[in-house]
Ligand binder design. Structure first.
Ligand code: DOR
Ligand code: ZN
Length: 352
């Protein structure tokens, strides 16, 4: 397989930040993807519809006019969000989900939810108005090992969520373990999961290869190789339940290469090519288009994109550093070759 054409993909999980940083990264995504679910973990977080719509306008202002890109906005759940805000979100064609960050789980999650009992009315409302819940699935208790946090979240929280709100659509975001794959597969069509390109391509050894590498540090943290293999199998052979969500999460080089380095891997510069590499590694492109371009849209109940893209087996070298702030941004695979090259959608590439 040396060339693949597919419906233009969407990124179902993306961090764009704001202001100058957002302007520096947004066109990497807009060049490749038709739509993206935009994470609300700004500082301060996007907790109100009004804020989400203002953020959306800032994003659109920063997108180059030659791209047609639609940011799909989300709300950040807190212990105190009024259910009326959920009703308003569901009524808006621009807001597509609400995100559950367990408080303290990751970057800018301090205002997140301390316990799901605290947001019962909000979850009831989400179920009733059919607004999808996106979960950062990691338990946060201090005594739980960082590599076990996803499994602990399934056992302690996700199972309860599914029981209490069986009709609530849930996306288990950026899954990293066999446990998560098995759990999602055991559930009905109200539940799906996103998988990032980096969790398909690196395991936890890559954090320590030749010295500690902060550019491979993200949350949930990469797990052992058996888990990576399970993710690859899920993405390549379980059409429908799993779809692309890059979790591309830019941080300034100075915040990564620091005594307390931030979690997050920037992959937007090469997202689709990286997914192609992962599928190539598994030797199976049969469900590539479903994973990249169909399953997510179906889960979110949105139309499929009209344009097509093409990927060619042609290697290119990722720049050592990208523009971001005064310290720059180190992209995933900086200075290394990627085996696939994207020919982006163009005006002349309408699907038949
Ligand atoms: O690695 C991560 N970075 N994981 C997250 O959940 C958040 C993200 C960020 O915003 O930097
Ligand atoms: Zn994320």
């Amino acid at each position: 397989m040396n060339e693949i054409s597919l419906i233009q993909p969407d990124d179902w999980h993306l961090h764009l930040r704001d202001d100058g940083k957002m302007k520096a990264v947004v066109n990497d995504t807009a060049r490749q993807f038709a739509r993206a679910i935009i994470m609300p973990n700004l500082a301060p977080p996007v907790t109100r519809c009004e804020q989400a719509l203002a953020y959306r306008s800032r994003i659109l202002d920063a997108v180059q006019p030659r791209y047609s890109f639609e940011p799909l906005m989300t709300l950040y759940l807190t212990d105190n969000l009024p259910p009326a805000e959920i009703e308003q979100a569901a009524a808006s064609p621009m807001i597509h989900a609400a995100k559950l960050y367990p408080a303290g789980a990751t970057t800018n999650s301090d205002a997140g939810v301390t316990h799901i009992d605290r947001i019962d009315a909000v979850l009831e409302t989400m179920q009733r108005v059919d607004l999808p819940l996106l979960v950062h699935g990691e338990a946060t208790a201090r005594e739980i090992d960082v590599f076990d946090r996803e499994k602990a979240f399934i056992d302690q929280t996700l199972k309860t969520l599914r029981q209490r709100y069986p009709d609530l659509r849930i996306v288990f975001e950026h899954i990293t373990t066999t446990d998560a794959v098995d759990y999602v597969l055991s559930q009905n069509d109200r539940m799906a999961a996103t998988i990032t390109p980096h969790h398909l391509l690196i395991n936890r050894n890559d954090l320590f290869k030749g010295g500690i590498n902060p550019h491979h540090y993200c949350l949930p943290i990469a797990k052992r190789e058996t888990h990576r293999q399970a993710l690859l199998r899920a993405a390549t052979s379980q059409p429908g339940k799993f779809f692309a969500g890059t979790d591309s999460a830019p941080h300034s080089r100075s915040d990564k290469e620091s005594a307390c380095g931030c979690a997050g891997i920037y992959s937007a510069h090469a997202a689709i090519e990286l997914y192609a590499e992962a599928f190539d590694q598994a030797g199976n492109f049969e469900h590539f288009e479903t994973f990249m371009s169909i399953a997510g849209a179906q889960f979110y109940q949105m139309p499929l994109n009209q344009k097509k893209i093409t990927l060619q087996r042609k290697s290119w070298t990722v720049p050592e550093q990208l523009q971001f702030d005064e310290h720059g941004l180190i992209p995933f695979r900086a200075g290394q070759d990627i085996e696939w090259t994207l020919i982006p959608a163009s005006a002349g590439s309408e699907a038949a």
